[in-house]
Structure formats: structure tokens, C-alpha cells
Design a protein around this ligand. Structure first.
Ligand code: TA6
Length: 298
């Protein structure tokens, strides 16, 4: 049975977390501390916003994001799981898996020494007609001046599974045409816009048109340099062999219909940490896999 607003309010009673219900019934945790403000929906265990005190928002959330049951929220950090992108064999299955539209359960919240807020959510009932495996997944998020996320999958089934995943993070930038993404130099990538051709990155990534690339065998940290906001967003990851870089540009931004204004693409860039394409994880029966990432400004 899904948790009610009253049950959640009991869970967060001794923390600076408020529970809000969207007009379409999504339950959302609102966090406001000396370190940051943030919000996280129970549906999809979806971190929607994160803004360190005194800084511009770090995550981008569409003003047209549908906060509705069963609809993926456009922006923040959608969890792509247990597959990334289109399903390998079933074209009718939702892209990026079902975790981001599922009802997760709030497990715990706590205020840490130093002022960070820890939130733990889990998705226990993973066996559906689209996924027959008992593979509970737990997310632990620590909201502070740094945002830390751990996504842990346990294979409780008696068969090995093929898991692809990503924290599909939308970052807020002042003008995507004036940023660069560093840390991917010389990496091989799959170019989804050119028949999934494999190419090699030369230097930093710049944005003058739509970009949709899966960088493979890439475990190093990544940095988004935003010279207009005069800041850099540091993406430090573990348990991730892929980084996906995406900006829809004008035509796709207009076509998608939930990014807000036609030029909304100028204010966002996705740099996603995960395991996709060649880096799909084989998780043996009884095994556990952890993907973790932290974001901070400098
Ligand atoms: O991660 C990039 C991508 O796979 C793009 O191809 C685009 O489809 C984007 O994800 C958004 O996907 P969504 O299913 O959230 O609309």
C-alpha cells in the first residue's frame, strides 16, 4: 500500500523536511536548511531541485514538468533503471525503464552532523511484466552544499541479470552555447544522432546543435564549466563506466512539449552518470551493484 502524506509526516517529524502534495497527488519532500534547499518526489525517488544557499539552482526543472502519477518528471534527476534508453528487445516498453515512474517507499530521513539531510528510499516490488527479476533497489541521497547519491541494486533472483542505468541529471546553465564539458577528452562515444556511430572525443564538449552521446568505458570525473555563471559543476562518480551528454536543441525542445519555452534548451544540459551500451552490468544472482555520484560547485 503506498505511503500516505500522514505516514510520511511522521517519518520526517524530527527533521527540517516538509511533505507537500502536488495538485495531481504526487508526494514531495521539501528540504530547507542552512546549507541548501531541495525537493524530492516519492514517485521515481526523483530529486527535483537542489540549490546550495547563495547559489543559482544547480539542477534544472522544467516549468512544464508534469507532476502527475505515472508520468516522468522533466528535469532534476530521473532514475533510468533497470535499462537505459530504449528496451533492448521490446519497443513498447518505456524508454529508460520503469523506476522513474514507480511508487518508491520512504525508508528513513535523518539530519547529519554538519547539517546534511539524508533521505533513503527503496523500490522493493520490482517484478512486473516488463521485468521478472527480484532486484530491489535503494537510493540514498545526502542534501548539503554537496549532493551525494548512491543507487544500490541487489539481485535476489536466482539468475544473473543485465542491468543498464543512469542518473539522468539535468543541470541548470545560463547559456548552453557558452559552456563546455571537460573530462571526456579522448573517450570513445556512441553518437545517437549519427546512426550510433562510434567516435572519439577531441577535447572538451561544446554545444552548437543537438548533442546525444553515450561515452563508454569512461569512469573519470566530469566538469561543466559555465563561464556566464562563473562557476563549474563537478561530477565525481564511482561504479559508473558511462557518461551520457544530451541537449535537445531547438527542434526537439519544441517537439517534446514539456521543457517549457521553445528556447528552454539554452538553460539546461544533461550529463548523466551510469552504465549503458557496452557498459551494461552483468549482476550475478545474490550480487550487489552500486552507482554513486556527488555534485559540487567550485
Ligand atoms: O539520455 C539522453 C536521452 O536518451 C535522449 O535520447 C532523450 O530521449 C532523453 O534521454 C530524454 O528521454 P525521456 O524519455 O526522458 O524523454
Amino acid at each position: 500500500m503506498p505511503q500516505t502524506k500522514q505516514m510520511l509526516q511522521q517519518c520526517v517529524a524530527d527533521t527540517p523536511i516538509q511533505i507537500r502534495e502536488s495538485e495531481h497527488g504526487l508526494l514531495i519532500l521539501d528540504i530547507n536548511t542552512e546549507l541548501c534547499s531541495a525537493s524530492m518526489a516519492l514517485q521515481g525517488a526523483h530529486v527535483m531541485t537542489w540549490q546550495p544557499k547563495g547559489e543559482a539552482p544547480v539542477l534544472w526543472l522544467s516549468p512544464d514538468a508534469k507532476l502527475e502519477k505515472g508520468k516522468s518528471i522533466r528535469g532534476g534527476i530521473p532514475i533510468c533503471w533497470p535499462w537505459f534508453g530504449e528496451h533492448a528487445t521490446e519497443s513498447t516498453f518505456a524508454a529508460h525503464g520503469f523506476a522513474r515512474t514507480a511508487d518508491w517507499e520512504l525508508v528513513s530521513t535523518s539530519e547529519l552532523a554538519g547539517g546534511g539531510i539524508e533521505v533513503v528510499m527503496r523500490l522493493l516490488d520490482t517484478q512486473t511484466e516488463q521485468w521478472k527479476y527480484d532486484t530491489p533497489v535503494v537510493i540514498k541521497v545526502i542534501f548539503g552544499r554537496t549532493l551525494n547519491i548512491e543507487l544500490t541494486t541487489t539481485n535476489q533472483s536466482n539468475a544473473s541479470i543485465q542491468l543498464s542505468e543512469a542518473l539522468h541529471t539535468y543541470f541548470n546553465v545560463q547559456d548552453v552555447r557558452q559552456i563546455k564539458v571537460q573530462g571526456l577528452d579522448s573517450c570513445e562515444y556512441v553518437d545517437k544522432l549519427e546512426a550510433y556511430q562510434r567516435k572519439t572525443q577531441q577535447g572538451a564538449v561544446f554545444f552548437k546543435q543537438e548533442v546525444d552521446r553515450i561515452y563508454i568505458n569512461q569512469s573519470s570525473n566530469v566538469v561543466i564549466q559555465d563561464k556566464v555563471l562563473n562557476r563549474s559543476i563537478h561530477i565525481n562518480k564511482q561504479g559508473s563506466q558511462s557518461s551520457i551528454v544530451w541537449n535537445p536543441w531547438l527542434d526537439k525542445c519544441k517537439a517534446m512539449g514539456d521543457l517549457g519555452a521553445d528556447d528552454a534548451y539554452l538553460n539546461m544540459v544533461c550529463v548523466e552518470s551510469g552504465n549503458a551500451a557496452d557498459n551494461t552490468v552483468t549482476l550475478e544472482a545474490g550480487g550487489t551493484h552500486r552507482l554513486s555520484v556527488s555534485y559540487h560547485l567550485a
